[in-house]
Ligand binder design. Structure first.
Ligand code: ZN
Length: 246
């Protein structure tokens, strides 16, 4: 059977994964998953001369199908005058720039009071400059896009060897269950000796019934990747034959 793709949108990644699981058609299995959007809140920060313009700029940068959670003005626009002392205009500008940070602009700079050159380094006095500084508006928009997953599903023949063996061990568990009286609805996992396994669930490894948690925790798939016979000698061939007949 040809592989096909399921695309799911949900509020969270977990929900999207649950929905993917429930949408996989009978006889098909999840082969791979690609997260298109993780559904987590994100923040866009923008700077402009005026608050409204900063919000517009931030809004332009985000897609229109997202939910806006919060709009916040972090810094209001303002104009103020600062005085700096320096021996020349260039160093006055450099000093100012380091003081005002990168969200403000120097609008004008003028010499307010000339300093003194001094004599042999004695009596030297810096100039005084007045600067008009424009603090720009800094805004932040917090938004959330939906979580989006693209999942590829395929038939048994598309599964990697260790996954095929896993499905075969599930099939063997269902066979084991079929031999149990119908009144028996739950069994105990043989691997951990505690977890209940519901009817028709679990993996039959050798003659032991394993719960899904033990199967994942003991990394049976990883062991099967390293040694295809890890779940029993000849099991890979049995799994192949079962797949061909299914
Ligand atoms: Zn267990």
């Amino acid at each position: 059977m040809a592989d096909n793709t399921i695309e799911i949108e949900a509020e969270t990644l977990e929900e999207a994964r649950e929905q993917v699981k429930s949408r996989i058609p009978e006889g098909l299995y999840l082969l791979s998953e690609r997260v298109i959007s993780d559904g987590k809140p994100k923040t866009a920060r923008c700077i402009a001369d005026k608050t409204g313009a900063a919000f517009e700029k931030a809004q332009d940068g985000i897609s229109s199908d997202v939910a806006v959670i919060q709009k916040k003005e972090l810094t209001s626009p303002a104009q103020n005058v600062r005085t700096v002392e320096a021996f020349d205009e260039q160093s006055a500008r450099t000093q100012l720039e380091s003081q005002i940070g990168n969200t403000a602009k120097i609008k004008s700079l003028r010499l307010a009071m000339a300093g003194k050159k001094g004599f042999l380094g004695i009596g030297k006095k810096p100039n005084q400059y007045d600067a008009e500084v424009c603090q720009q508006a800094v805004v932040e928009i917090t938004y959330k896009a939906k979580a989006k997953i693209s999942a590829t599903v395929g038939g048994l023949s598309s599964l990697p060897a260790e996954r095929l063996i896993g499905e075969y061990l599930r099939h063997r568990a269902r066979q084991w269950w079929a031999a149990q009286p119908e009144s028996r609805t739950v069994a105990t996992c043989d691997a951990c000796g505690g977890q209940p396994v519901s009817r028709n669930e679990g993996h039959l490894v050798g003659s032991s019934l394993w719960c899904d948690d033990c199967y994942a925790d003991k990394d049976v798939e990883g062991q099967l990747r390293r040694d295809p016979n890890a779940a029993g000698f000849g099991v890979p061939q049995e799994a192949q034959r079962w797949a061909a007949a299914t």
